[in-house]
Design a binder for this molecule. Structure first.
Ligand SMILES: *[C@@H]1O[C@H](CO)[C@@H](O)[C@H](O)[C@H]1NC(C)=O
Ligand SMILES: *[C@@H]1O[C@H](CO)[C@@H](O)[C@H](O)[C@H]1NC(C)=O
Ligand SMILES: *[C@@H]1O[C@H](CO)[C@@H](O)[C@H](O)[C@H]1NC(C)=O
Ligand SMILES: *[C@@H]1O[C@H](CO)[C@@H](O)[C@H](O)[C@H]1NC(C)=O
Ligand SMILES: *[C@@H]1O[C@H](CO)[C@@H](O)[C@H](O)[C@H]1NC(C)=O
Ligand SMILES: *[C@@H]1O[C@H](CO)[C@@H](O)[C@H](O)[C@H]1NC(C)=O
Length: 496
């Protein structure tokens, strides 16, 4: 007879071991702790056909100490068509599907940790179940049954609707984080829900898919991105201090357009870091390491629409520092509409020059980009010239026509050379090169040009034509090159 309580204890232990989580990844919505009726998220979708069975799951985290409405779906006919309701005066929640209510129940989720909450309901039987972190918490059978959840309603996260898309009440707002809201048109089994809990980033509702559904954010709600690899696997930023500096140096982002001084023009593409792979990076502009600015940057700077700036100082020692970057959407008085956590570490390169390494995550949306540096990028057609320490012309300008000098005879080697001298403005990119070709009666001679050393660069402005090519060369009966006697030698130049 004593076997039964022992079994119960074992089961409970197993469940508490499994049913614990504080992870979530992908897009996360943060509902402010100062509750108002203006903070909510409307999903850009509706129902195209009615539902008689439903599974609705949501990841949530709150430290508000009271419940709040996680989601609601309202139609013109019934503003309580489907919801998971809570309010400021309670620690309990209630669900409703069409005309079948569950009454209030305790989910034990008000602990500041992430939890996966799932509701399943079937209108034909009135049966409903509530799961927390993959485990059944409570279930019941509604007294009223039948009917279905009607199409063409409005989906809202973080608020209860008293008319479709509106009539919100301050007390019914949710405060905390919401993510991974997926809806299916069937009732999942407990084991399917547990699987989802273990691996939620790979789950996609067939009615609402969190990954693709559009989210219209209202009021003080912030949308941010949590890297799934980090949340569910190895964190690419969790590496040793030596690796950090090396990795960041190898991942240098060279982009002078990220400068706080750069305001993109109407036809410029905005930089967007939503596809950045999480990891350690360094920024460079004008051949120097540059930093993320420590003061807010106005929108439409840094080559993007919503610039990200560092809210805090760069560390002065070499410890890895936790920081956040802020997105400035241009809301008056709010330079930090949403924030993304980053890590910052002071490093030194091989020459002993300090630089900062940043652990960066992809941005939650476009067009948001990390700012770096404060110098004007070079104007169009110019590039940074290291040797000159300023912007120089990308392609050199020929200042005079190339000069073909008269032949010079070297009596010791019996070599005759023609020199072609290219005259150009040397204030150009050090990488600029000239390719010189000799033409004979305006015809290119492959052999001659292959044998002629080119290209020219700013330190070498002449190219020599060996006069041996001017006569005929007969190699055991095969003519290797034709005589150029009597032809006009000219030259062309190609800039690159
Ligand atoms: C995850 O849980 C640990 C303790 O279990 C806690 O220290 C940490 O703050 C939690 N993290 C999040 C993001 O909730
Ligand atoms: C989670 O989902 C991914 C992608 O579908 C899969 O590769 C992985 O094996 C799953 N992990 C678990 C624990 O189910
Ligand atoms: C970093 O990774 C190690 C194992 O590689 C792990 O033990 C440690 O908890 C991780 N630290 C963080 C902050 O994730
Ligand atoms: C950085 O790049 C160098 C050269 O490609 C390579 O040898 C080194 O392993 C890389 N370091 C890291 C940490 O990836
Ligand atoms: C910087 O912006 C200019 C447009 O003003 C563009 O032509 C150029 O390609 C951009 N540079 C980089 C590195 O993206
Ligand atoms: C460029 O030209 C100036 C004078 O015109 C000269 O002093 C300088 O050495 C030249 N630089 C190179 C790299 O040739």
């Amino acid at each position: 007879m004593k076997l039964v309580p022992t079994l119960v204890v074992i089961l409970l232990t197993v469940f508490t071991a499994v049913c614990q989580s504080n992870q979530s990844c992908g897009e996360v919505l943060r509902f402010p702790s100062t509750m108002t009726q203006h903070d909510y998220v409307r999903l850009e979708t509706t129902l195209t056909s009615s539902l008689t069975a439903v599974t609705a799951c949501v990841r949530m985290r709150t430290d508000a100490g009271h419940s709040g409405t996680l989601f609601s779906y309202a139609t013109q006919r019934n503003h309580n068509e489907l919801y998971l309701f809570g309010d400021r005066g309670r620690t309990t929640f209630a669900a409703n599907m069409h005309n079948s209510g569950t009454g209030f129940f305790n989910l034990h989720v008000l602990d500041g940790m992430w939890h996966l909450v799932c509701f399943t309901g079937r209108s034909s039987s009135g049966d409903w179940k509530m799961y927390k972190d993959g485990c059944l918490v409570t279930s019941g059978t509604a007294s009223s049954r039948g009917g279905s959840v009607d199409p063409s309603g409005v989906w809202i996260l973080g608020q209860d609707q008293d008319t479709p898309g509106g009539a919100f009440q301050l007390n019914q707002a949710f405060s905390g984080d919401i993510s991974n809201f997926n809806v299916w048109d069937y009732v999942m089994t407990e084991s399917q829900i547990l699987q989802q809990f273990m691996n939620d980033s790979s789950y996609h509702g067939n009615v609402i898919d969190w990954e693709t559904v559009g989210k219209l954010v209202y009021g003080g709600v912030q949308l941010y991105q949590v890297d799934c690899e980090t949340s569910l696997g190895q964190d690419p930023c969790n590496i040793t201090d030596d690796e950090i500096c090396d990795t960041a140096y190898n991942n240098t982002i060279v982009d002078p357009n990220r400068s706080t001084a750069f305001v993109p023009g109407p036809s410029d593409l905005y930089i967007c870091d939503n596809r950045l792979t999480k990891g350690w990076y360094r920024f460079e502009a004008h051949s120097q390491s540059v930093r993320i600015p420590e003061v807010f940057v106005e929108p439409y700077h840094c080559g993007t629409r919503v610039p990200l700036w560092l809210d805090g100082p760069h560390p002065i020692n070499s410890q890895v520092a936790d920081r956040v970057v802020c997105a400035n959407y241009g809301v008056p008085g709010n330079y930090c509409s949403n924030s993304i956590p980053i890590l910052v570490k002071k490093c030194a390169d091989n020459a002993g020059v300090d630089f900062y390494a940043y652990c960066l995550s992809p941005t939650p949306g476009c067009d948001q980009a990390y700012c770096a540096g404060n110098q004007e990028p070079c104007p169009n057609g110019e590039v940074w010239g290291d040797a000159y320490g300023k912007c120089v012309k990308d392609v050199p300008e020929i200042t005079e026509n190339p000069v073909l000098h008269p032949p010079v005879i070297d009596l010791t080697t019996w070599k005759v050379t023609f020199t072609c001298e290219v005259k150009y403005d040397n204030d150009t990119d050090d990488g600029a090169r000239f390719d010189v070709k000799f033409l004979f009666d305006h015809t290119d001679d492959r052999k001659v040009n292959e044998a002629t050393p080119t290209p020219l660069d700013p330190t070498r402005k002449t190219v020599e034509l060996d006069a041996k090519y001017l006569g005929t060369f007969d190699n055991f009966g095969t003519i290797e090159w034709e005589s150029k006697m009597g032809k006009t030698v000219s030259k062309t130049q190609v800039t690159q």
